[in-house]
Structures are given as structure tokens and as C-alpha cells.
Design a protein around this ligand. Structure first.
Ligand SMILES: Nc1ncnc2c1ncn2[C@@H]1O[C@H](COP(=O)(O)OP(=O)(O)OP(=O)(O)O)[C@@H](O)[C@H]1O
Length: 598
């Protein structure tokens, strides 16, 4: 290997990249840069910890919070109060701050994260404001004067609350948090969070408890903010409410969006840019305008509008393109295979749909439909537009609740269960409109299907204790992609795939859950002739391997070609059911499709 090739190889190695980043940080600390620049970077480290939380919450999870400054305040005030008034050691108060922040975040999160749309940001504003006024009005916390004389952080009598030693401590924490976040994003939990943002419906169908994950990332973001508050209290040696108010909450969000909310390094660069810009403007603007005031806020507003318009993914979306991306190492070949569920014997009844009914107000979309699927069968569900196929599909998979009737899966009633619970029992589905995460690779998208076959959570992922399980999950994803003939495309970004391979990706993802029944919602929609042939071949192969499939489809050639049994619906009712030949010969079915009275 030539030296340049070796260099390129190193540049793409994630571990080497991290070692270089840590080395740069330490070099900066010992280099003869003026103290002023050390102090600047100390502040940037404090901001960075908070906005790393926002990367997870907003950039990856899609949840907007203006209330992060309040969590910084909890961390800072807890430590200031306990050290000054109770004489605790700061090394203990950090945990007390994290504990109180954690409890607050769980309570606030549990209440607010059920809200959607604009309600969540509004709720976080209310939360930020109320905590600000609480801090400013409590006698015990010194009202608006705050708490003075917060002790320094010391290690064996050595003050590490300022200058270069604080720089190493604060940036050590930032880099630890950054690496932990990068680890989290590349894990089972990270995929679940991204899926939750892409589509709640899809995430739940993959077995993801979306509310739990929302509360989880809200908690992690709050803990990062609390840690920043603890550092802040001992760096400033005093706390008062002003740095924890709504203005700062907005500024944290500004830094994140400016740098790039979706990128760990982007968010940190946002903190750097904001701090530098703020300092320059605070000197320049009063000179230009001849009067003093916080005019930099106006410039920030203009910058934000321009960034949102021209670089919606932040400044890092420009820079990041030129940096080497770590390659995924195929390290799963020797990983343990995932355990498989016991499958029904060929011919056993897998699904029993008994007189199910769904009413939307006065409209009966599904009217007493009943059919069953035996193991190893492909059953087609067909009917003209608006016949009630999708509604039936959603009733079986738990997306919609039944008005009456019963659905039994492998002998057990599943009516009323949430879709992720039904998924857990071995029913897996695809979507009429493909739902995937375009910026993840095909392999990672497919691995999302194996969500319920793993158990490692956020903490294990952040500390990289999940690798053995992760290798098994990726091994399974690669195996399912090979199974349907898409092994060659596993490292491509899913968003670059044509419609045919996208639909196959969804099938591979569904197979990854080791299902006993596969439900396919119009898998041939939008496919070209060759892609349909490939799909038919995959379906036949799956049946030959003993898979049971419910196929909702408009493409009659495909349905007649691959199914063993067909259920025909019209206006929400069961028109007939039988073999493909019987259905083809039925005058009732022809009439329904041709719109003739029967
Ligand atoms: N959430 C809803 N609220 C009210 N009406 C609904 C809802 N979902 C479906 N419907 C109605 O129920 C009927 C059946 O719709 P459904 O989507 O199940 O039909 P379909 O056979 O899947 O049609 P297509 O082939 O066009 O997808 C339609 O009249 C539709 O307008």
C-alpha cells in the first residue's frame, strides 16, 4: 500500500479521527495561545455541551426546545446551593444536579412530548420562563442577585476551575459527549430515533416505542445541559438567573441551527461562530451606531434567516462535504446469529380475521370482513379504489382500532393491541408509500427491522458496549438483503435507490424482524415491468421458504401470478374469496372492476 493510500485509509478510520481530535484539543491547551483565546474556548465548551443535546433532540429527533437554558440553570443552581449553603463537594453536587435535572426532564417530557406541531416548542418556552422566574424569586436562591462565592473545582488542592486546566476538563467533557452522540447515532437506538423522526407510523411498526424514545432524548439533552450548568457555576464562581433565561434558550437553538443541527461537529462550529461573531459585534456595532445596546441580536436574526434560506442544514453542510467520512467496516461476518422465533407449521392458521368492521363517522369503510391465512400461503386482498383494503390492512396491523369484530394471530387475539406489540408477536409490514430514512444506508434501514431482536439501549450504545449485538443485527440485515438479491447495494444511501429497490428494501426490513406473517401494502405500485418480475420472484421464493404473506395489490397480473387465495372487497364488504382462477372467472368481480351493475 502506498503512503498516500495508507493516509487515505487512516483518514477514513473513525478511531483515528477521534484520536486526532483529542490530540488537537490537548495541543491547543499546551500551545502558547493567549489566555484570552483559552477563555473564549472555555465559554464555547460550555455552550457546546448544551447544543450537543440539541443536536440529538432537534437535529436528529426533530423535537424543538427553547427551554435548554433552564436545564443549565438547574445544574448550576443545584451545585451552587449545595456547595455554598450545605458545604457539599462539587464532585458530589454534579450528580445531585444531574439527578434533579433528570427528574424535571422526565416530568416535563412526559407531559409535553405527547404534544405535536407547535405545542412542544411553546411548552418549552413556558417551562423556560417559569423556571427563570422561579430562580429569580426564591429567597433561598438569592433572588435575582443569585448565589455568590461558589467554590472552585479542585483536584488534590489544585484549582482546575480556570484557564488551561478548565479547558482540558470542559473540552474533555465536550469530546466525550460528542463521541457518545456519534456512537449513539450509529446504533440500534440511534436508528430508532431517526425512524421516529421520519415516520411515527413506521417506527411503531418496527417495534419502536416512540414516546419512550422522545422522552429519552429529551432526558439526555437535559443532562448534557445540566453538566454545562455545573461547569458554568464553578467557572464563573457565581450564579444568577440571567444566563438561564429564554434569550439564552433561543441563542442555544440559534447556534445549533447555524452550525447544522444534524451534525455533531456542525453544532460545535455553530457555538464557535456565534461566540466570535457576538464578541466582534459587541465592539463594532456601538461604534457604528454611536449608541450601546444588544444590537447583535438583530444581526443574529438576519443571519439566521439567511442561513435557513440558503443553507437549511447549517454551515456544516458545506464544510462536511470535504471531510473524509468514516467507512463502515464489515465486521459482522463472525457475529452470532440472532435467535429465531418458532414458526407455525405449514398449513396452520396464522391469521384469522373475524367479521371486522370499521366506521368513520357515518361511513362504514370495512363491513364485517372475514378471511384467514394458512402458513405458507400468499393471500391477495384486492378491490377497486376506496374498497377498504388499506383500512383492513390498518385494522389487522393495529394502526386503527376496530369498531367491532376480532383479529387472531397465531391463535391469540390481537385486536386492541398497539402496532408495536403486534410487530413483537411476529407480524411485519411494508407501506403503500415507502417509508424509510433516505440519509441512512440500505443496510442501516434494513437493520431497523431487527429492532425488536436486540435489547441494548442508549447508554450501552453511547459507551460502545453494544458492539456484539450490533454486529449480529447488521449481520441479519446483510443476510436479508442477500436473501432478496440486494446484497450489492447495502452500503448505498437509501435515498439514492430507484422505486423498485426501495420496495425491496422495505421487504428486507420486514423480513429482518423474523416474521411469521408478512403484510405487503401495494408493493408493486410505481414499479416498472422488470422490477415487478423481480418482486414476483422474491415473493415466490419467500413462499417456498414457508413464509405467509398478505398482499394488498392493484396489479392484477402480479396478484394472479403469485397468490394462492384471493379476497375481493367492494364498498367495504366482502365480494367473494377463492382461488385466482375462481376470482378471474367471477362475473361479480369483473363487474366490480369494470363498474358494471351486478
Ligand atoms: N381516516 C379516515 N377517515 C375517514 N374516512 C376514511 C379514513 N380512511 C379511509 N376512509 C374512507 O374509507 C374508505 C375505504 O378507504 P381505503 O383507503 O381503505 O380504501 P382502499 O381500498 O385501500 O383504496 P385504495 O386502493 O385507493 O388505496 C374510503 O371511502 C375512504 O375515503
Amino acid at each position: 500500500m502506498s503512503f498516500t493510500t495508507q493516509l487515505q485509509h487512516w483518514a477514513h478510520n473513525a478511531k483515528i479521527q477521534r484520536v486526532v481530535v483529542v490530540a488537537c484539543m490537548l495541543l491547543y491547551a499546551v500551545s502558547p495561545v493567549p489566555e484570552f483565546w483559552i477563555t473564549q474556548l472555555n465559554y464555547i465548551a460550555l455552550y457546546s455541551l448544551v447544543i450537543l443535546g440539541l443536536v440529538l433532540l432537534t437535529g436528529i429527533g426533530g423535537l424543538t426546545s427553547f427551554g435548554q437554558a433552564a436545564f443549565v440553570g438547574i445544574g448550576a443552581y443545584t451545585s451552587a446551593y449545595l456547595t455554598v449553603h450545605m458545604g457539599w463537594s462539587p464532585w458530589l453536587t454534579v450528580f445531585a444536579g444531574l439527578f434533579i435535572t433528570g427528574i424535571s426532564a422526565l416530568v416535563v417530557g412526559w407531559i409535553t412530548l405527547r404534544m405535536s406541531g407547535h405545542y412542544l416548542p411553546l411548552a418549552t418556552i413556558a417551562w423556560g420562563l417559569s423556571l427563570y422566574y422561579l430562580m429569580g424569586n426564591l429567597d433561598a436562591l438569592g433572588k435575582y442577585d443569585g448565589i455568590l462565592g461558589v467554590p472552585a473545582l479542585t483536584v488534590w488542592g489544585w484549582d482546575i476551575s480556570q484557564g488551561r486546566s478548565f479547558f482540558v476538563l470542559a473540552w474533555g467533557m465536550v469530546l466525550f459527549a460528542a463521541f457518545a452522540l456519534l456512537n449513539l447515532m450509529d446504533s440500534r437506538t440511534g436508528r430508532a430515533i431517526k425512524a421516529m423522526r421520519a415516520s411515527t407510523l413506521m417506527a411503531e411498526a418496527m417495534g419502536v416505542d416512540t414516546l419512550r424514545h422522545k422522552v429519552g432524548i429529551f432526558l439526555i439533552a437535559a443532562l448534557f445541559a445540566s453538566l454545562s450548568g455545573w461547569l458554568f457555576a464553578h467557572f464563573q464562581r457565581t450564579v444568577n438567573p440571567s444566563p438561564f433565561g429564554l434569550k439564552m434558550g433561543i441563542e442555544y437553538l440559534f447556534m445549533t441551527v447555524l452550525g447544522g443541527a444534524g451534525y455533531v461537529w456542525g453544532a460545535i462550529s455553530g457555538a464557535v461562530m456565534t461566540k466570535l461573531l457576538e464578541d466582534e459585534l459587541q465592539v463594532l456595532l456601538p461604534k457604528l451606531l454611536g449608541t450601546s445596546g444588544s444590537y447583535e441580536v438583530i444581526v443574529f436574526g438576519i443571519v439566521l434567516v439567511l442561513v435557513l434560506k440558503y443553507l437549511p442544514d447549517g454551515v456544516w453542510s458545506l464544510v462536511g462535504r470535504f471531510l473524509p467520512k468514516p467507512n463502515r467496516v464489515e465486521d459482522w461476518h463472525a457475529a452470532a446469529a440472532l435467535p429465531e422465533r418458532a414458526k407455525p407449521a405449514l398449513g396452520d392458521t396464522v391469521l384469522e380475521v373475524k367479521d371486522i368492521r370499521k366506521q368513520f363517522g357515518g361511513l362504514t369503510a370495512v363491513n364485517n370482513i372475514g378471511f384467514s391465512i394458512q402458513a405458507g400461503q400468499i393471500v391477495g386482498l384486492i378491490g377497486p379504489n376506496g374498497a377498504g383494503k388499506s383500512t383492513t390492512f390498518n385494522l389487522i396491523t393495529g394502526v386503527l382500532g376496530l369498531s367491532s369484530g376480532e383479529v387472531k394471530f397465531r391463535g391469540q387475539t390481537i385486536s386492541g393491541l398497539p402496532s408495536r406489540e403486534i410487530a413483537r408477536r411476529g407480524m411485519s409490514r411494508t407501506f403503500q408509500h415507502v417509508k424509510m430514512i433516505p440519509e441512512m444506508t440500505v443496510l442501516e434501514n434494513v437493520a431497523l427491522g431487527a429492532q425488536l431482536r436486540g435489547s441494548k439501549g442508549a447508554l450501552s450504545s453511547m459507551l460502545r458496549l453494544d458492539r456484539a449485538e450490533e454486529q449480529s443485527l447488521l449481520r441479519e440485515a446483510a443476510r436479508q438483503l442477500e436473501r432478496i438479491g440486494m446484497g450489492h447495494a447495502m452500503h448505498e444511501l437509501a435515498g439514492n435507490l430507484a422505486m423498485g429497490p426501495q420496495r425491496l428494501l422495505e421487504i428486507a426490513r420486514a423480513l429482518c424482524s423474523d416474521p411469521a406473517l408478512l403484510l405487503l401494502d401495494e408493493p408493486a405500485a410505481g414499479l416498472r415491468h422488470k422490477e415487478k418480475q423481480a418482486l414476483a420472484a422474491v415473493l415466490r421464493q419467500l413462499r417456498s421458504e414457508g413464509m405467509s404473506i398478505l398482499l394488498v395489490e392493484h396489479d392484477m397480473d402480479l396478484v394472479m401470478d403469485v397468490t394462492d387465495h384471493i379476497v375481493v372487497m367492494e364498498f367495504g364488504t366482502l365480494l367473494m374469496q377463492g382461488t385466482p382462477e375462481e376470482v378471474q372467472q367471477s362475473p361479480k368481480v369483473r363487474a366490480a372492476y369494470l363498474g358494471v351493475e351486478h
